[in-house]
Design a protein around this ligand. Structure first.
Ligand SMILES: NC(=O)c1ccc[n+]([C@@H]2O[C@H](COP(=O)([O-])OP(=O)(O)OC[C@H]3O[C@@H](n4cnc5c(N)ncnc54)[C@H](OP(=O)(O)O)[C@@H]3O)[C@@H](O)[C@H]2O)c1
Length: 367
């Protein structure tokens, strides 16, 4: 009798140590499965977060498109929620804190789950004015924009006083990354800021950051950018789209300006592409926010990016609290985690304009 009782307590304890996570795989088409796994435990430098909302990113389909069921991945990297537990070295966060965080991409304990893990350096407090749903769209895309502008293009931070007469092109102003770059460039007092958008133009206008908005649907984008420059030279460009020949258009403008820097979020689609003389290419890969090296940066740059990310996330909390920086508009998906795979498919199909797709864990049937 006693052993039946003890066994039932053990079973209950085992159930309590488990959580739901959603994994995605891409062969032959994007598919997801919910499964029960152990609640992860934070290492000495990590934070365990009870996920309230999670944001989707185009990289989710890029990371799973060649995976079959055996390699299905919990691909969520944007976490907004409440701190559940912290590792021994973590001093800034405690259970109960409202936070957002960037999970290490491709690793276990991702954000498409009831609990997720992030290194403490990529966790930041969410001010009371920022909802979990808004916060869920911030970590990955805002960091990509910040790394590109400040670490790779070498533009001045908003903390540097004065107006900066530095013509800047942000290609893709309605995308999450591009819109965050626009907000940051405005905070840095950079001018003129030229951006390229299409159906998201109204949203881009509402940001009040770009001095010139080029409509890519009107054709000859390079000519429109040159007209917006009005004779000024362009030496800095952030290509937040890195597709649809954006880098060819940007190169044309840089060459007409006597050369300059282009930073891209993806490598050129055309593998035979060679950069014209005077055009200096760099690539942002947001994994450097936790110090991870990649093909286009040195170990030293990755380590510096890791330190930059530590302070930038904390600065972001300040900017959000002061109302100087706003989350991207968001749309909450139906069905919580069960709505994620359709959302990722919509990102893949280019059906999402000027918004972040967000899943609320509590909306998941049965949770
Ligand atoms: N390397 C990295 O570490 C890293 C990190 C983050 C993101 N990324 C990549 O960056 C890209 C953007 O990500 P995201 O999350 O910002 O995407 P997103 O918000 O889903 O982007 C959607 C937006 O892209 C705009 N767009 C599409 N084609 C365009 C074109 N030809 N010209 C101008 N704008 C265009 C659309 O603008 P309209 O609505 O105006 O048409 C749309 O609003 C993705 O490819 C993503 O994988 C890379």
């Amino acid at each position: 009798m006693q052993s039946i009782f003890v066994n039932s307590i053990r079973r209950r304890q085992k159930e309590l140590s488990k959580m739901n996570e959603l994994v995605i795989f891409g062969v032959p088409k994007l598919t997801s499965q919910r499964r029960k796994v152990e609640i992860p435990k934070p290492a000495y430098n990590e934070v365990l977060i009870k996920v309230v909302a999670t944001g989707l990113n185009p990289k989710d389909w890029k990371f799973v498109k060649r995976r079959d069921e055996t390699k299905a991945l919990n691909a969520g990297d944007d976490i907004a929620g409440i701190v559940e537990a912290v590792g021994d070295k973590v001093f800034e966060y405690k259970p109960g804190d409202r936070v957002a965080a960037f999970h290490r991409m491709g690793e276990p304990a991702g954000a498409y789950a009831e609990y997720a893990i992030a290194p403490f350096s990529t966790v930041f407090h969410l001010p009371p004015s920022i909802s979990f749903e808004g916060g869920a769209g911030l970590p990955l895309s805002s960091m990509t924009a910040a790394l590109a502008l400040y670490q790779l293009l070498g533009l001045p931070l908003p903390t540097v006083p004065g107006n900066k007469d530095i013509p800047l092109l942000i290609y893709g102003g309605a995308s999450a990354v591009g819109a965050f770059a626009l907000q940051l460039a405005k905070l840095s007092n950079i001018s003129p800021i030229i951006t390229v958008a299409g159906s998201g133009i109204d949203f881009v206008e509402s940001l009040g950051a770009a001095t010139h908005i080029v409509d890519y649907r009107k054709g000859d984008v390079a000519a429109q950018i040159l007209a917006a420059l009005g004779g000024k030279k362009l030496h800095h460009a952030f290509d937040a789209i890195s597709g649809s020949k954006s880098y060819e258009i940007i190169s044309e403008v840089l060459v007409a300006s006597g050369g300059g820097k282009i930073n891209m979020v993806d490598p050129p689609e055309d593998e035979s592409w060679t950069w014209p003389a005077g055009v200096e290419f760099s690539r942002t890969f947001v994994a450097s926010a936790y110090g991870q090296k990649h093909a286009h940066i040195t170990q030293e740059q990755a380590e510096k990016d890791g330190e930059f990310a530590y302070f930038f996330y904390r600065y972001l909390t300040y900017l959000l609290a002061e109302g100087k920086f706003k989350p991207h508009p968001h749309q909450v998906l139906d069905g919580g985690l069960d709505g994620v795979v359709q959302g990722v498919q919509n990102l893949h199909d280019g059906k999402v304009s000027a918004k972040k797709l967000v899943a609320r864990i509590a909306d998941t049937p049965g949770l």
